[in-house]
Design a protein around this ligand. Sequence first.
Ligand code: ZN
Length: 196
Amino acid sequence: MDRTMPSRRRLLQGAAAGAAAAALGPLTASPARAAGYPVTHWIPASTSNYTVSNRPASYPIDYVVIHVTQETFQDAMRIFQNPSRKVSSHFMVASGDGYIGQFVRQKDIAWHAGNWDYNTRSIGIEHEGWVDDPSWFTDVMYRESAQLTAAVCDAFGIPKDRQHIIGHSQVPGATHTDPGPNWNWTKYMNYVRAAV
Ligand SMILES: [Zn+2]
C-alpha cells in the first residue's frame, strides 16, 4: 500500500487530462451551484455502473452518504471504471492529500448505497481507507471531504446534520459497516458546519 501515492497522482492527472473541459460541467446541473465546491477531478465511471437521471427534478437529493472504500484509491477507481462491477460513487477522497475524484454527475444516480431508494436520493462520497485502520482517516481527507459535503448540502438544500449526512451503515438494509467506529463524526461535522 503506497500511502504517498505519487503513481496515483500521475495516473489521475493523465486520466483527467482528456476530460479537463468537462470538469466543471459535470459538477451540478447548474454551474452557478458550483460555488463553494473544492477542486474536483472528473474521472468518469463506466456508464454500466450508474443510472442516468435528471436530479433533483427526477428525485430530490436528501442525503449525503459517507463511505470507506476498503480499497486503495487506485483500485476503487478501477472498479468504478470496470463495467462488470456494477458499482460507483459520485465522489472519492484520497487519504494522503485529500485529492477528490468525481466519477458520476450529481444529476445521475450512483450505485453506492445498496438501496435503490437511497441511491436515488443521495450523493455518495467514498473515502480511501479501511474501517479498522484509523491511520487512513487523515485530517486533510476530513477537511476536503467536509468542504465537499458542505457544498453539496448548500447546492441541494440538505440540512447539515446527522439525519441527512449519514454513514453507509445507516442506510436501511445496509450490509456494510462503513465508515465504522473509527470515523470521527464529531470532527467531520464540525468541519462541515465551519465550511464556507
Ligand atoms: Zn459503503
